[in-house]
Design a binder for this molecule. Structure first.
Ligand code: PEP
Ligand code: MN
Length: 254
């Protein structure tokens, strides 16, 4: 892969939308290990639009430990502060030299929970916290999320933001799943002073659009990307249409 973002050292996060099984994660780790990836996505909790597979939850924590043992820094969404605490205790307890990324997803819009997750993440320097924008387009709200997270006392050096687009509401010429607002993302990046990465998977929504959206997105000053990559995308339990194979991931370039 030859990602040429406008920043010197882009943050690259890749891996399946959701952890599904030991075998699926073993295959993902084997492929991740061959590539220059900063964090491997192994998400344990899945917010769902409609009822369905909600992730392995606490049962999957061993998979994050497995990644860390291989020298791959794991990343997972957490929906509640107690999930953040459990993942941190287990992963950092077993593999003290690892880094760990937790993130707050787009659907998690309760300021109390945002602040408390940040408070838990703040308690250990090995933890980075990624924060996604909310689903609807509103700059004030996005700024507010950043404020709530920082009010949890986490060092700004350990917080990164992520643009995953907004639910379509009007103009959407390419039929993206979520419509990016690059200008707004850049304003939030500059006013917050925090890195802003881009999520082509949840904006694009299908493999062809993920590849297409990368071309336009990387013209902006994003500090990295988070991409969904699955060993067998067509059988993925979540977001099957948008997950890349590792071969497709290798073709990402701008
Ligand atoms: C995800 O990253 O898998 C996810 C659910 O994304 P979002 O929070 O952006 O909807
Ligand atoms: Mn997903």
């Amino acid at each position: 892969m030859n990602i040429k973002t406008k920043c010197k050292k882009p943050i690259i996060i890749a891996g399946p939308c959701a952890a599904e099984s030991k075998a699926q994660i073993a295959l993902s780790l084997r492929e991740a290990k061959k590539r220059a990836i900063d964090f491997v996505r192994i998400s344990l909790w899945k917010p769902r639009t409609k009822p369905g597979f909600e992730g392995l939850g606490f049962r999957g924590i061993d998979l994050l430990i497995e990644a860390a043992r291989l020298g791959l820094s794991p990343a997972t969404e957490v929906i509640l502060p107690e999930q953040a605490r459990a993942v941190m205790d287990a992963v950092l307890g077993e593999v003290p030299e690892t880094r760990l990324m937790l993130w707050i997803g787009a659907r998690n819009q309760n300021h109390y929970i945002q602040r408390e997750i940040a408070r838990v993440a703040a308690s250990d320097k090995r933890v980075l916290l990624m924060v996604k924008n909310q689903p609807w387009s509103n700059e004030d709200h996005w700024e507010g999320i950043v404020g709530h997270v920082l009010s949890g006392g986490i060092d700004k050096a350990r917080v990164i933001l992520c643009h995953r687009g907004f639910i379509p509401n009007g103009v959407n010429p390419f039929g993206y799943k979520n419509v990016p607002d690059y200008e707004m993302a850049m304003r939030i990046k500059h006013t917050s002073g925090l890195p802003m990465i881009f999520d082509p998977s949840h904006t694009g929504g299908t493999v062809d659009k993920v590849l297409q959206i990368m071309d336009e997105a990387m013209k902006h000053e994003f500090d990295g990307i988070i991409v969904e990559v699955h060993p067998d995308p067509t059988h993925a339990l979540t977001d099957a249409k948008q997950q890349l194979t590792w071969k497709e991931f290798d073709q990402l370039r701008v």
